[in-house]
Design a protein around this ligand. Sequence first.
Ligand SMILES: Cc1cc2nc3c(=O)[nH]c(=O)nc-3n(C[C@H](O)[C@H](O)[C@H](O)COP(=O)(O)O)c2cc1C
Length: 460
Amino acid sequence: MKITVLNGSPKGHLSVTMQYVNFIQKKFPHHELKILNIASQIKKIEKDEKAFGEIMDDVRSSDGVLWAFPLYYLLVSSQYKRFIELIWERGTADFFKNKYTAVLSTSIHFFDHTAHNYMNAICDDLEMKYLGSFSAAMYDLLSRKGREKWTLFASEFFDGIQNHVPTSKRFSPVHYRTFNYVPGPAGHKISAEGKKVLILSDLTNPQTNLAKMIERFKNSFIDEVKVINLHQVDIKGGCLGCIQCGYDYQCSYGDQDGYVQFYKDQVKNADILVFAGTIQDRYLSSRWKMFFDRSFFHTHTPSLIGKQVGFIISGPLRQIPNLRQILEAYTEWQQANLVDIITDEEDSQLLDAQLQHLAERAIHLAEKNYIKPETFLGVGGMKIFRDDVWGKLRFPFQADHQFYKNHGFYDFPQGDYKNRMIAKILILLTKIPYMRKEIYRKRMREEMVRPLQKVVQRVE
Ligand SMILES: Cc1cc2nc3c(=O)[nH]c(=O)nc-3n(C[C@H](O)[C@H](O)[C@H](O)COP(=O)(O)O)c2cc1C
C-alpha cells in the first residue's frame, strides 16, 4: 500500500516525529510511506502551484494519509495550518474525500488533545475515513513498550485500510450564518484610566463584522486605542523549532524580522490585550497561529503575566468548543485574566452592549489587578511544564529553569517538611485499629474544614 505522510514539522526530515515514521517504514517494508515535507516547504508550496499539485496527486494516488506533526502551541504549526487552509482555498478538498487517514503527533502532552481534536475535525470536514490518532511523547520510541504500542497502532491502521473497515465521524460540520453586524452609535465613552489598551487583529477586509466589532470596541474609549494588524507586522515566517531560544530567550530570526521587537515593545507593554480574529476552518487564521508560535521565543515561560485579555471573534465559536478551550488555556497558562470572548453570534444590539461591557470590564479588572483562579487547564498544564523543565527539558531550556527557580514555580511538595511529618505521624496512628476508626469515621470531616473555619471566624 502507499501511504502519504504529510510531515508537519518545520524541521523537515530531521525531526523527532519523522523518526516514528522511519521506524514504521522499517517494520513494514512492504508498504510505502512517502514522506512529504509540508511545514518546512510551506513557502514553496504556497507560491508554486505545481508543487502543491504534486502533493495533491500523491494524496489522490495513495491508499491512506498519515498526518504526522509536532504539537505547536496547543495545535499544529502555523506552516501546517496554512497548508490546511490551502486545501480549501485551492478547491482540492475532494482529493481527500473517502481516504483512510490517521494522525501521529509527538509532544510533551501539553494540550495534545486539542491538537488531536482539531485534526480529527479537519479530517471529518474533508470527509476522510478516520482510523484514530496516536499521541507519542517525544521519546516514547526509546522504550520497548512505546515501540510496541506504536507498531500496533500502525498495523491497525494498515489493516483498517486493507479490510475497508467502517469509520465514524466525531464532529458535525460547522455552519456559518450570514449576519451583517450593524453597530449602533457609541455608548457612554470610558476612560482607559491610564491603562494601555492594545488590539491585535489579522484583518484583511474593512467591510467585515470583525472590522466593525473592532471599531465599536475602540469607540467605547475616550482615549485613542492602539490597533495593530498582524499582516503589517514584519514577520518573515513561522517558528522553525530550532529551540535556540532555550538558552536565553533569543530567537534565531534575530533582527531578520520585526517580530521579537514588536512583541517586546507592543504586546508586553500593554496592560489590556484584545485579540481579534475570524475563524478559519476550526481555528483562527494561520497568521494568528504564526503570532502564537513565534512567541515561543519565551519557551515555557509565561510572558503576559498579570494582563487582562479579551477576544473578539467573528465566526461560529459556539460550534467549536475545542477552539474556545484553546483560547482559555492560552490565557490561563500565560497567567493573564480572560475578561471575555465576544463573538458575532448575537444580534447587533446585544453585540454593541457586549463590546461596551468588555471595554468597561477590562479597565475595571485591570485597576483591581484581578486574575481569576486557574482551572485544570492552567494548573494541569503548568504541572507538565514544571516537571519537564525540572527534569528532561532543563537542558536545553536553561532560561526556563532559571525563571522557574527564581519565581517559585518549583512548588513540588518535597520541601513541605511540616506536612510530611504530620502525615507520617497520622499514618502511624491509623495502624492502631481504635485510632483508625476514630480518625476515618468520626474526625475526618471536622478536621478537613477546621483550618477554613478558623479563617471564617476571624472575619469581622
Ligand atoms: C513553537 C513550539 C511550540 C510547541 N508547543 C507545544 C505544545 O503546545 N504542546 C506540547 O506538548 N509540545 C509542544 N512543543 C514541543 C514539540 O511538539 C515537540 O518537541 C515535538 O516532538 C517536536 O517534533 P519535531 O522534532 O518532529 O518537530 C512545541 C515546540 C515548539 C518549538
